[in-house]
Design a protein around this ligand. Structure first.
Ligand SMILES: [Zn+2]
Length: 75
């Protein structure tokens, strides 16, 4: 199972009836954490050629040092 599979399972679980607000919040937090682990393509902005697609800060590693988003480069 990879992180994309985990995301799908959490998304499916979220729509089930019967969760209380605390449980829903916990699942949303888990989803946010999983989303950070699925690499997203670095983008170009007006200010820099390599920016995090989530927080728009300049990046040059496998993870954004500000928000923790997993990254990939290239086409
Ligand atoms: Zn970021």
């Amino acid at each position: 199972m990879n992180f994309t599979d985990s995301k799908r399972i959490i998304e499916t679980g979220l729509v089930w009836a019967g969760w209380n607000d605390e449980q829903k919040e916990g699942m949303i937090k888990a989803m946010e954490a999983v989303n950070k682990q699925i690499p997203r393509k670095v983008i170009k902005t007006e200010k820099c050629s390599q920016a995090c697609p989530d927080c728009l800060q300049p990046v040059n590693g496998k993870y954004c040092t500000l928000c923790g988003q997993a990254l990939y480069y290239g086409y």
